[in-house]
Design a protein around this ligand. Structure first.
Ligand SMILES: CC(C)(COP(=O)(O)O)[C@@H](O)C(=O)NCCC(=O)O
Ligand SMILES: [Mn+2]
Length: 890
């Protein structure tokens, strides 16, 4: 840690808050860190965080930056790989590593003291220092950027309570800066909302301006935005959110804006609005295109009936008001868009606050008046435009330069249950839970009474009897709910946590890059299955819910089954099932939802409950069993001719992909059958033709046809999947074959654990073990820098015959069973530059994601489909069918 005292001094001298000093900034490529950001700011002091506020009439919006912790590790083998890739190692430097997160929070203005307490507790007013010896009085000159009327109104209060001055920023300029940043930096920030359906849009950054920004606060501002800092308030209306709330309060006696909005959901405006049909005797006025249900006059019925206010339902009044105001705003906005020839209208401001009816009403009006030519668009972070803009007004924050692929939004997955701590209900039957029931496996001997010649596979099966044991019985369990719980965040009161506001924490990860070998990054969609369809979503949410008890058992066991682990396991299960329930109700709660994101959320949630690697022991056991039989397999392979060998290798990859602890069917298999049966079934399934079978084309590219010998690939990227048989008996032998043919091999593995996937950190040890038995692997691993400790007792003695074809390992930048190739590690991006063959393996990487992805080079996608529904949808086949999809470079 740096010298805290000197930082305080520097702040004293600067007479302002500390700012990010980006001078001499360099991107750090650090494989030892987790996926978190890594910009080196050599000139930046250690402790820094920015806070900016939008102090509105009813809500205080707060955006603050927190620094990532420095997690430099020390893996010599990975370093030398980076050297080979031409990536500098900076671990030895003494610079601090800076990365960060942007947090979004809201408080009710009436509860400003809660906001001040929060800022104080996090020490955001003095740079986020959580030091015990920090002297509160020390930073009397600190300044916080603020916008909104409260920047004036509460200036004295901030000075008094926190000793800081509020630096007032123009509200409109902030709003525009916030909107520009969001639209450029966040994928799927904008969405349309029609008849309850959200549709996320990707706005082309190069085609963003000009646009119309309509901010609906108490009043309405209509702003034409032409670029960064280039805008003009072209119109507005005094009929806005304040009108709705003011009139609504008088007419309905509601106590809050949210109560009024809530009320509107149960309303029927026909009781109070005069419709076209009321005037035309129930008929449409079709000549001018007005249907009978069109509102001819808001509140019009109230003029002709002998009713008093009490005779109208408050619900109807609220809805009628809401429609009146929303339609009016929609219409005026549309007219202004027409006036300037603008095609896009974005709506924001506190009036909207994600309220479906409001958005539908505005969308309807824009659609109606533009005859479908224009669409109203909304922003996920619409409540934070001003606060973000104020944040942007700090000099040298560096955010302007961030690109879409460098921002990762994460939702605090423990939020519904944590609030800082894990609150789980008391666990019952702890002892019972700990008592794992062993399943009896049929042993090798009982199947092969008279073992004649033991093949590598039989040996593996024998070793493997221990792979799946101990497996807990399906009953009894105390953790894992296996169903949907009603999320706690539901309710009619104003939610003050960011996750309930449908915005997560923005992680700034400057090292992430778009995978350079994507044929068309703009058209790339990682998810194969579209889960926006309700029944599809329900299916996958149910799958995840049902998998939960087993996952919790594994997670708890991975931490030694301690009481603490059990409590965390229980809390995790509750939190995650609450998220599933929320998604069931509100699929867009966390932005655009895809299967890849869903599977990643589960891993994130586990990590939040401090389960570092739930399948660690299973992975280790499977690795050991597989490594023990690897030499025999290699020998068997070496005895085959080239063509049979290639086929056997591909079969091996596909068959071993069955050891997947994320598939319900596979886990059930491990419970019900013996590993012998499982593996045998898997090998038997290898009869060609596979459901998708491009093997012949791949073989031709590899081996040629007739006398034509093709040039070997220069470098192959092997996106590996699971530990155990999958990597050791499937992908490593395939890698070895490529090496043998003169192709450099880069094993691309996860940065963080996910299910039983092998990680980049684990791979060098596995390769080193495998290399003990194999010359080709050893030389390649040595050449790739994977073997740092000289291996003395290896098989090879012919030093003069050293190969220089390297085998390397790089991390992919993710911690999920799937891979979104728009956000990969810089190491992977660097390795990709010389690659001319990609092999994507496993269901997550080659089916759920990337099945339809096109690449600039030859690509082989290999996976076993371990889900019946997916098999039917994707390959018109059945569970355990295989995919071998080869796509040559164009
Ligand atoms: C999580 C997985 C993508 C992992 O598969 P892998 O990539 O290891 O082949 C897969 O197990 C899966 O889609 N499971 C959920 C579906 C099911 O349980 O049927
Ligand atoms: Mn996997």
């Amino acid at each position: 840690m740096g010298d805290r005292g000197s930082n305080i001094n520097s702040i004293h001298r600067s007479s302002s808050r500390p700012q990010l000093d980006l001078s001499k900034a360099e991107i750090e490529a650090n494989i030892d860190e987790d996926k978190y950001p890594t910009i080196l700011l050599p000139n930046q002091s250690d402790h820094l965080s920015h806070l900016a506020l939008d102090l509105g009439g009813s809500l205080i919006k707060l955006v603050y930056f927190s620094r990532h912790e420095d997690q430099s590790g020390n893996d010599r083998r990975m370093r030398s790989v980076k050297d080979r890739m031409g990536l500098p190692n900076r671990n030895r430097r003494t610079y601090r590593v800076l990365g960060g997160r942007l947090h979004f929070l809201m408080f009710e203005t009436s509860k400003i003291n809660e906001c001040l307490d929060f800022i104080h507790s996090k020490k955001l007013h003095c740079g986020g220092w959580e030091s015990h010896d920090y002297d509160d009085v020390a930073d009397r000159n600190a300044i916080i950027k603020a916008t909104g009327g409260g920047a004036y109104k509460f200036a004295d209060l901030f000075k008094e309570r926190l000793g800081v001055s509020l630096d007032k920023e123009d509200e409109m300029a902030c709003m525009v800066a916030g909107a520009n940043f969001l639209l450029k930096a966040i994928r799927h920030e904008a969405f349309t909302h029609m008849e309850g359906q959200k549709e996320f849009l990707q706005i082309d950054h190069n085609d963003l301006y000009p646009y119309l920004l309509v901010n609906i606060g108490s009043g309405v501002s209509i702003i034409k935005v032409d670029g960064d800092g280039k805008f003009e308030r072209v119109s507005g209306t005094n009929v806005g959110g304040g009108t709705y709330w003011g009139l609504g309060r008088l007419l309905t006696k509601c106590q809050s804006f949210d109560e009024l909005l809530e009320l509107s959901q149960k309303g029927d405006n026909r009781n109070i609005d005069m419709l076209v049909g009321d005037i035309y005797g129930g008929m449409d006025y079709s000549k001018i295109g007005l249907s009978a249900s069109t509102i001819a006059s808001s509140f019009g019925k109230a003029t002709s009936e002998k009713k008093e206010l009490e005779d109208y339902r408050p619900e109807d009044i609220s809805l009628s008001l809401l429609r009146m105001i929303s339609y009016n705003i929609g219409q005026i906005s549309h007219l202004n868009a027409m006036r300037f020839g603008l095609k896009r209208i974005f709506f924001g401001g506190f009036f909207i606050r994600g309220h479906a009816y409001t958005m539908d009403a505005i969308s309807f009006a824009v659609h109606f008046w533009s005859k479908g030519a224009a669409q109203a668009m909304f922003l996920r972070h619409e409540g934070f435009l001003g606060a973000l803009g104020a944040f942007m007004s700090y000099e040298k924050h560096g955010l302007d330069d961030l690109m879409v692929h460098q921002l990762v939004e994460r939702f605090p997955m423990g939020a519904p249950y944590t609030g800082g701590k894990i609150h789980g209900p008391p666990l019952k039957d702890l002892d019972e839970k700990a008592r794992y029931c062993m399943f009896s496996f049929i042993t090798f001997e009982s199947v092969f009474n008279v073992p004649v010649q033991i093949s590598w596979m039989e040996k593996f099966l024998q070793m493997g009897t221990e792979i799946t044991a101990p497996v807990p019985m399906a009953l009894p369990r105390t953790t894992g709910l296996g169903g949907f719980e009603v999320p706690l965040s539901k309710g009619s009161t104003l939610r003050s946590d960011a996750s309930a506001l449908n915005v997560g924490v923005l992680h700034l990860v400057p090292t992430l890059e778009v995978f350079p070998l994507l044929a068309d990054p703009k058209m790339y969609e990682p998810n194969t299955i579209d889960i926006s369809d309700h029944s599809e979503l329900e299916y996958w949410l149910t799958i995840l819910a049902e998998h939960l008890p087993d996952l919790v058992d594994k997670a708890v066991a991975s931490e030694g089954g301690t009481d603490d682990a059990k409590r965390r396991g229980d809390a995790f299960a509750r939190a995650f099932s609450a998220h599933l329930a929320r998604l069931m109700e509100e699929p867009a709660a966390y932005g655009k939802l895809g299967l890849a994101k869903l599977l990643e959320m589960r891993e994130e949630c586990l990590r939040e409950f401090h389960f570092v690697d739930a399948y660690i022991s299973i992975k280790q056991r499977e690795n050991e069993a597989s490594l023990a039989v690897l030499p025999d397999l290699l020998m068997e392979l070496d005895s085959l001719d080239e063509e049979t060998r290639l086929l056997t290798l591909i079969e091996g990859v596909l068959a071993a992909n069955i050891f997947d602890w994320g598939s319900r069917a596979c886990v059930d298999l491990y419970h019900k059958g013996t590993i012998i049966e499982i593996y045998r079934m898997s090998r038997n399934k290898m009869q060609r033709p596979w459901q998708v079978d491009d093997f012949d084309a791949f073989k031709e590219r590899m081996l040629g046809s007739g006398d034509k010998k093709p040039t070997p690939h220069r470098r192959a990227l092997l996106f590996v999947d699971n530990s155990g048989a999958d990597i050791v008996l499937g992908m490593l032998p395939l890698a070895r074959e490529l090496l043998r043919r003169g192709t450099e091999v880069v094993l691309v593995a996860n940065s963080l654990p996910a299910l039983n996937d092998v990680t980049a950190k684990e791979l060098p040890d596995i390769v080193a073990e495998a290399a003990k038995h194999c010359d080709i692997l050893r030389r390649a691993a040595e050449s790739g820098g994977l073997l740092v400790d000289a291996m003395t007792n290896t098989l090879d003695s012919s030093k003069e015959n050293l190969s220089t074809i390297p085998l390397m390992v790089v991390e992919n930048g993710c911690g999920s069973p799937c891979i979104d190739l728009r956000q990969v590690s810089s190491e992977l991006a660097a390795a990709a530059n010389d690659a001319d063959l990609i092999i994507l393996e496993g269901m997550g990487r080659a089916l759920h994601t990337n099945l339809n992805a096109r690449f600039k080079c030859d690509t082989l996608k290999l996976a076993m489909v371990k889900n019946q529904r997916l098999a039917e949808i994707l390959v018109k086949g059945n569970i355990y069918d295989c995919v071998c999809k080869y796509e040559p470079a164009n």
